[in-house]
Write a protein that binds this ligand. Sequence first.
Ligand SMILES: [Zn+2]
Length: 75
Amino acid sequence: MSQFFRILIVLAGLWVILGLVKRFLAKRRSAAPKPPATNDDVVPCAHCGVYVPRAEAVHARGRNYCSQAHSEADS
Ligand SMILES: [Zn+2]
């Protein structure tokens, strides 16, 4: 009977380890696409269509521009 419990404990240990490995792999997989997700935060220039990071874009009249010159050219 103690042999049975030993096998049960080993199986439970393997199950826990597999669960941790699965969680670790899932975390790595979900962490990997994050850099491209931040790169997706770009907006097209309303004048020339060039994509610029939202933080660097010039916002004017509710539209986004790649530069001050294009924001003025499109007015
Ligand atoms: Zn532009």
